[in-house]
Design a protein around this ligand. Structure first.
Ligand code: NAD
Ligand code: LMR
Length: 330
C-alpha cells in the first residue's frame, strides 16, 4: 500500500535556503524515495507572493512524490499537523543591531512558532532549526512547546560537520567517505569545536594521521568555525545550497538512521553528557536509532578538546541567560 504523505513545514520558504531546499524535499531526498510529502510553506506576508512563485515552479517539476503545497503567513495554520518542521526563516543581523537586539527579534519569531508547534503538530513531530542563532532559537521554540518532548527540537550543525569532513579529507588527500566519527561540539558559531581526536580515516585515528597540532589549532579549527563568514565574504550572501544540503542530511539520518560504525553531529538538548548543562541545545556526536537521536557516550575528552568545548558551551549559556533576561524563556 502507498505510504501516507508526510507533512513538512518550511519557514522562510521564499528565502535563499528555501529555494535550494524545497525542490530536494519534493524530489524525495529528505525522507526517502518511497515517502510522499505535503509541503506547508510559511512566510511573512510580504514574501507570500515570492513563495507562490516557488510553488509554481515546484508544480512545474511534476515530482511524483509531491502530494500538495499550501502557503501560509500564519504559523498556527502552517504547523497544523506537521511531522517535520524546518525552521529556516529568521531575522538577520542588520547594521547597528546589537546581539541582544538580534536575540530579541528572533525570540519574536521562534516563541510563537514553538507555541504553534505545541498547539497543532503531529505526535511524531521533529523540528530542525536552521535560522540563526540556531541553537538559541531552538531553545526558545522548545521552551514554548511544553507538550512536545524536548529532544524533538534540534538545531543544525551538520553543515559544520560536512565542512570539517571536507577540510580533513583535503589535508589527508582522501575522500570524505574515508572519514568516520567526526564531531562538532557546542554552538553553531565561531566558537564551535570541530574535534578530530575520535575521528577515523580508513580505520586509523585521524589526529594521529594528521600528526600536526599547529595545523589543527591554527588552520583546521578556524577554517571550519569561520567558514560561514568566509562564504558570506566570497558570495555576498550566506551559504544556501550547502545549508539546504545539510538540512536534508540531518533529517534523512534522523528518520532513517545513521550508518553503523559512524556518527554525525547534531545540536540537541543536553542531558548533562560531557559536562554540558542540562537543557542547553548544544552540538554532540550522535547516532539515530529507531527514529531518535542518541548522544554517543563514553568518549575520552583530552585537555585540548575540554577547553574548546567549555568555551563554546559558555557562549551558549550566555545566549540562554540573555534570552532569559529578555523574558523569552523561563
Ligand atoms: P534569506 O534572508 O534569504 O531568507 C529568509 C526568509 O525567511 C525570508 O524569505 C524571510 O521573508 C523569511 N522570514 C523572516 N521571518 C519569518 C517568519 N517569522 N516566518 C516565516 N518566514 C520568515 O535567508 P537564508 O539565506 O535563507 O537563511 C536563513 C537563515 O538560515 C538565516 O538565519 C541564516 O543565518 C541561517 N543559516 C544557518 C545555517 C546553519 O548552518 N545553521 C547555515 C546557513 C544559514
Ligand atoms: C553558515 O554557517 O554558513 C551560516 O550560519 C552563516 C550565517 O551567519 O548565516
Amino acid at each position: 500500500m502507498a505510504k501516507a504523505p508526510v507533512n513538512v513545514t518550511v519557514t522562510g520558504a521564499a528565502g535563499q535556503i528555501g529555494y535550494a531546499l524545497l525542490f530536494r524535499i519534493a524530489s524525495g531526498q529528505l525522507l526517502g524515495a518511497d515517502t510522499p510529502v505535503k509541503l506547508r510553506l510559511l512566510e511573512i506576508p510580504q514574501a507570500v507572493k515570492a513563495a507562490e512563485g516557488t510553488a509554481m515552479e515546484l508544480d512545474d517539476c511534476a515530482f511524483p512524490l509531491l502530494a500538495g503545497i499550501d502557503i501560509f503567513d500564519d504559523a498556527r495554520k502552517a504547523f497544523d499537523g506537521v511531522n517535520v518542521a524546518l525552521l529556516v526563516g529568521a531575522r538577520p543581523r542588520t547594521k547597528g543591531m546589537e546581539r541582544g537586539d538580534l536575540l530579541e527579534a528572533n525570540g519574536g519569531i521562534f516563541g510563537p512558532q514553538g507555541e504553534a508547534i505545541n498547539a497543532g503538530a503531529a505526535d511524531d513531530v521533529r523540528v530542525l532549526v536552521v535560522g540563526n542563532p540556531a541553537n538559541t532559537n531552538a531553545l526558545i521554540a522548545q521552551a514554548h512547546a511544553p507538550d512536545v518532548p524536548a529532544e524533538r527540537f534540534t538545531a543544525m550543525t551538520r553543515l559544520d560537520h560536512n565542512r570539517a569532513l571536507s577540510q580533513l579529507a583535503a589535508k589527508l588527500n582522501v575522500t570524505v567517505s574515508d572519514i568516520k566519527k567526526m564531531t562538532i561540539w557546542g554552538n553553531h558559531s565561531a566558537t564551535q569545536y570541530p574535534d578530530i581526536f575520535h575521528a577515523e580515516v580508513n580505520g586509523r585515528n585521524a589526529a594521529e594521521a594528521v600528526n600536526d597540532e599547529a595545523w589543527l589549532r591554527d588552520t583546521f579549527i578556524p577554517t571550519v568555525a569561520k567558514r560561514g563568514a568566509a562564504i558570506i565574504e566570497a558570495r555576498g550572501a550566506s551559504s544556501a545550497a550547502s545549508a539546504a544540503n545539510a538540512a536534508i542530511d540531518h533529517v534523512y539520518d534522523w528518520v532513517n538512521g545513521t550508518p553503523e560504525g559512524d556518527w554525525t553531529s547534531v545540536a540537541l538538548p543536553s542531558d548533562g553528557s560531557y559536562g554540558v548543562p542540562e537543557g542547553l541545545i548544544s552540538s554532540f556526536p550522535a547516532v539515530s536509532r529507531n527514529g531518535s537521536w542518541q548522544i554517543v557516550q563514553g568518549l575520552e575528552i583530552n585537555e585540548f578538546s575540554r577547553e574548546r568545548i567549555d568555551a563554546s558551551v559558555r557562549e551558549l549559556e550566555e545566549e540562554r541567560d540573555a534570552v532569559r533576561k529578555l523574558g523569552l524563556i523561563k
